[in-house]
Design a binder for this molecule. Structure first.
Ligand SMILES: [Zn+2]
Length: 347
């Protein structure tokens, strides 16, 4: 996390929050102002400072509309829809000092990496993509009723993604090229050895019932924040992993991938979620883990059995990665306007 930029951000928001310092009301929260762990930012303040010129508020939602972006926020929930993509917040939108508010940790790590990704992307240049086809060998992953296996689907999609990215000028490595068993530790280790600039693990889902369907993209959970699917009530881990140095870029990448896959497939949007998967914890570069559909769902398994659908997904994944690198190049240009993206040195 960029501590300095977070501090400046909080300072800006504290300055602009209408409730701050008015009426001599004692703060409800005993933590110091600007404490990143507990600070909250009013939805309306966020809208005003981030260029959302129209705010419509209903009983259950806010609809924020800007020139480029739209954001729908559920009051009391963790789900927002940013430019038609579902993002799961770390903390519910709640009332703070009389105003519906985001946790500052979500503004910094969930919303701004999509709206203004510059600070998290500078120095992230390079063109090396490492793709990780999930499972392999004696580990088949999920197996559909129609007989297709997760390991085979993921390898086929990964090979297709590679073809698209190589054609677009990227250097691409696969952690495995055949039906081979690899430990979870070996996969990010290979990505590190190949100096990955981006690391994307490709999986297919399986759920408790055959109705579950859709696409989701995972990025690494933040220290001190719950995984999206963790409803245990246990205190979240405070551990900081190697992958946490890319928190902002992880979100920019995950959003780009989820958006592109949804546009290509019109699949159910299960959202961008956070987890502490070992692949993501140990990632040596900005990373995401994709769940491209449910093999336990007969309809999605039938689609994943066709080359046409796997090709559609692969094209979308390649486009999502390319869109991420477009943001990286834009960030570098904004930081050093004289240098062209081609001329900028590799970090
Ligand atoms: Zn898997």
């Amino acid at each position: 996390m960029h501590v300095q930029s977070l501090f400046l951000l909080l300072l800006t928001f504290c300055w602009l929050t209408p409730a701050q310092g008015s009426g001599g009301r004692p703060p409800r929260d005993p933590s110091p102002p600007g404490d990143p762990a507990t600070a909250r930012i009013a939805v309306r303040t966020f809208a005003r400072t981030q260029g959302f010129s129209r705010v419509r508020e209903s009983e259950k939602q806010f609809h924020l509309q800007g020139q480029v972006h739209t954001l729908v926020v559920d009051k009391g929930g963790r789900r927002v829809v940013l430019n038609d993509v579902v993002l799961w917040l770390n903390q519910a939108v709640s009332v703070d000092n009389g105003h519906w508010s985001f946790a500052a940790v979500d503004v910094e790590n969930t919303l701004l990496p999509v709206l203004k990704p510059v600070s998290g992307l500078t120095g992230r240049g390079g063109r090396v993509v490492v793709l990780d086809p999930g499972h392999g060998g004696r580990d088949s992953g999920a197996v559909a009723a129609n007989g297709i296996t997760e390991k085979a689907v993921c390898l086929d999609i990964s090979l297709r993604v590679r073809r698209h990215l190589v054609a677009a000028g990227y250097t691409v490595y696969l952690t495995r090229h055949q039906d081979q068993y690899l430990t979870l530790e070996e996969r990010p280790r290979r990505a590190k050895a190949w100096n990955a600039d981006v690391f994307v693990s490709i999986h297919a889902n399986s759920g408790g019932n055959t109705d579950a369907n859709g696409i989701e993209t995972f990025l690494l959970a933040l220290p001190g924040q719950r995984s999206t699917n963790d409803n245990s009530g246990n205190a979240p881990s405070q551990l900081v992993y190697e992958g946490n140095q890319f928190n902002s870029a992880n979100m920019t990448l995950a959003y780009a991938l989820q958006k592109s896959m949804l546009e290509a497939t019109k699949a159910e949007d299960r959202g961008v979620r956070r987890a502490r998967f070992s692949i993501l914890r140990n990632a040596p570069a900005p990373s995401a883990l994709l769940e491209v559909g449910f093999l336990s769902n007969p309809g999605e398994a039938a689609k994943l059995a066709t080359a046409a659908h796997r090709e559609r997904l692969a094209h979308a994944i390649a486009r999502g990665i390319d869109n991420y690198f477009t943001e990286v190049r834009r960030a570098e240009l904004l930081v050093s306007p004289q240098s062209s993206p081609q001329a900028s040195p590799r970090p």
